[in-house]
Design a protein around this ligand. Structure first.
Ligand SMILES: [Fe+2]
Ligand SMILES: [Fe+2]
Length: 140
């Protein structure tokens, strides 16, 4: 994933990087008919990674008592639903390309367009935490 989408929170940026690589691997497996057998396992790995990643973000937002938790959680749920629908009713191989595009657009679109608001709350928290940790007792 392009570094311009880094949020400045190393743990989350590393997770986003891994997600971006798996989306790329998924789209490559779909584009090359000789690699189609990789579509299902790649989706499984991406789904597992997203479940863990979304839980990480939501736990953080909950800890910060952030206003955006509810909306952000709903977006995560919508993305995971795509995967659940796929596992319940896998599309025909002829529809893989469309499915791969939808997954890529939804997952990367979320990271690029919606996680930044969440990250702003986190950066504010870490900034405040760092500022209070650097205060010398007895000095303002
Ligand atoms: Fe994220
Ligand atoms: Fe998110």
């Amino acid at each position: 994933m392009d570094p311009k989408y880094n949020l400045g929170i190393p743990e989350i940026d590393a997770q986003h990087q891994e997600i971006g690589e798996l989306v790329k691997a998924l789209q490559e497996a779909i584009a090359d008919s000789r690699q189609r057998y990789l579509v299902h396992p790649t989706l499984k790995r991406l789904h597992q990674l997203l479940v863990t990643h979304f839980d990480y973000e939501e736990s953080f937002l909950k800890m910060l008592n952030a206003d955006e938790l509810r909306h952000h959680k709903a977006m995560h749920k919508g993305i995971l639903k795509l995967f659940e629908d796929y596992f319940d009713h896998p599309p025909a191989p002829a529809d893989y390309e469309y499915f791969g595009k939808v997954v890529g657009d939804k997952v990367l679109g979320h990271v690029m367009n919606h996680d930044d608001g969440m990250a702003a709350s986190m950066r504010a928290y870490f900034g405040n935490f760092k500022a209070s940790a650097q205060k010398v007792p007895g000095k303002p």
